[in-house]
Structure formats: C-alpha cells, structure tokens
Design a protein around this ligand. Sequence first.
Ligand code: ADP
Ligand code: MG
Length: 384
Amino acid sequence: MTDLLSYTISRFQEHFDEAPEKAAYAPGRVEILGNHTDYNGGYVMSAAIDKGTVLVGSLDEFDQISLLATDLNRNAEFNVNLFERDARSTWANYVLGVVQQLQRSDINVRGFKAAIHSIIPLGAGLSSSAALEVASAYLLKQLFPFELSKMDVALLCQRAENQFVGVSSGLLDQFSSVFGAPNHLMFLDCRTLENAQLRLPREDLSLVICDSLAKHSLVGGEYNTRRAECMAASAFFGKELLRDVTIDEFNARKSELPDNQRKRAQHVIEENERVLQARQALVAGDAKLLGELMTASHQSSRYLFENSVPELDFLVDTARELPGCLGARLTGGGWGGATINLVEDAFVDQFSAALSEKYFEHSGRRAPVFVSTISDGAHFVSVK
Ligand code: ADP
Ligand code: MG
C-alpha cells in the first residue's frame, strides 16, 4: 500500500504541481462460488483480492474535473456542471459515472483533481472497473462529504457502470469491492441484497488465480443464449426466476424440459444450493467442504452449463492433483478467462509453479498466475 500510494502521490504532484489532500483505495474481487446465478436472482460468494486501485485528489476551485490515469498515461478534463460520456477517454467514464450518480442523489460534487493508479490487471475479470468506481466514490466522500451506507455506495457505483459506462454488470463487483474483509468470504443474495461476511475457518489459505489466456469469440452470443435458456426454464415452472424453483420442483418435472434448458436449470438451481451449503460450511468451520463445493461447481459448469473450455478443464483437473489444493474452478462468465484455486499457504509457491509448468507443457502458453490473500474492502487512506 505504501508504494502504491507514494507512486500515485508523486504522479499527482508531477502532473498538477501540488500535493493531494485525500486518498482512497478499493480492491478487485474474485467469484468464489455462484456461477451465472446473479441474473437468476440467486446467491454468490466472492472475496476481495490484495490488488486494488488508489485515487488521490484535491478540490478544484474552478469547477473542473481533471483526471490523470497513471497506468494509461492519459489525462482528461471536464466541466463538473456539464459533462457527457466520453467516447475517447472511456476510462474516465467510470469516474464521471460516479460523479453523475452522486449529483443525482443531490450530493453537491464540485470540481476536483485526481490521479488514478491500479495494480489490478485491467480487463482480466478481476473487476478493475468496480475498483475504480468504488475508489472514486470513497475519494469524493472525503472531498464532498456525504452520508450513504456501504450498500448504497455499492449500488450507486453499479448504476454508474450500468447507466453511464453502459455495461450491464450485476452488483457483485461493486459489493465485493466495498464489503471485502481480510480472511472473509462475502455472501450476497442478489435478489434481497441480504449479505454477510463469513470468516474462513483457517487463516493459512490463499487464492491462486490462473489466467488461461484462452479467449473464445462466441462469448457474447453464448452468454445471451444461456440467459434465455434460464429464463425459459423458469417460465416453464411458472416462476419469475430460477432462484424460485426448488430442487424438488425441478426433479419432479425435469424430463419435460428440452435438454439444454434442463441442464442450464440444474446448474443454476444446484449452484445456488452450493452457495448456501458453502455459507453453512463456513459457519461450521469446514474449509475442506468449501473447496469440494468449488470443485463441484466447476464440474457443473463443464457438463451442465457448458461454459467451460478445455483449457479451463485442464487447469482445474491439474490443480486438483497438486498438494495443498482444497478446491479449483473457473471463475466469472466462462468460455475462457481464469480459474480460482483455494490453496494452503505452505504449498502456494510449489502449487503456482507446478500449475504454470504443466499448463506450459500442455498448451505452450505461460499463463499468468496471481497469488492473493483475502483482503480488506474499500477504505480511506491517509496522505500524510
Ligand atoms: P475488469 O473489470 O474485469 O477489469 P472491465 O472491462 O469491466 O474489466 O474494466 C476495465 C476498464 O476499466 C478499462 O478498460 C478502463 O477503461 C477502466 N479502468 C479500470 N482500471 C483503470 C485504471 N487504473 N486506470 C484507468 N482506467 C481503468
Ligand atoms: Mg468490470
């Protein structure tokens, strides 16, 4: 944190020729369980990672918003009373969207200057976008004090991404970035917003994230097809969302469903159940069961939801055989992207090296492996 902060402060000073008054930090996140459950009104479990985004800033007396993106070496200026979505500086929209939402909540945001710096890889599924929005909100809260609950901040940042940036993301990303806590997993009911921070039974566990580097071109189309299949299946049961279909209801009539709808629905209904079981496992102090549920989730993605790809299957199958691994699964939408592994600290180095090596032998690609402790959510940072 000290390095991250001092780097951002020095870039701010260099660019604006003054020292920043305030600073804020927000982390990226990883989905631990709850695959494609969010838009079905279901449950998710996530964790904040130890990589995040820092914003430092100060007030501007001329009603101008001046932003410096140190990672992109870009800057942009806007009038706080009159700005629009910027097609050239798309990165700035994540900050402007938060400003707009605060203004719509009758919070008097005036001009300010800010420098942004992040160690989350951008666009890697670790939610650098939510970290940027949430860190912006936490910086602005110090510059233009306002009273909003943590959940309201998460919801406001989600609206910024949905309405201003134009990406229809669920609440998970912003929720996780706000509510993260060291050694805790976060549970979220996507319909009621009921949530909880659940302590991991053991403190000697790390998350190992492995980017398969596989990118499949069909993602958009497949995603929409899955979503439509889920909605059709819930309609078949006369329910608004699959969240409302119980396993018993499903089993009683599943043979009447078309094959694909049956498989997608089974995945979502059982995945919701797995998230609830994981919540109980955490309360009961059972890290082993949590790992098993993660691995079961992957098998379900592989055979029922069919959003895995051979690269992800290889990484998961390999990880399961390595010492110290409690569970492994794909994380996020699927059809490429990353796997998440729950690994005992004592084995993390050995595990990461072996996974990377075996993947290289198999695919000829060096997959980036990130090790993360389960970390704190967004907070203010002292610039002194
Ligand atoms: P993810 O959230 O998985 O990282 P997204 O595509 O949702 O991927 O968000 C990535 C985008 O967010 C970037 O392309 C950029 O526009 C913006 N962004 C995130 N972090 C930063 C940053 N540190 N500086 C500038 N822009 C950022
Ligand atoms: Mg994002």
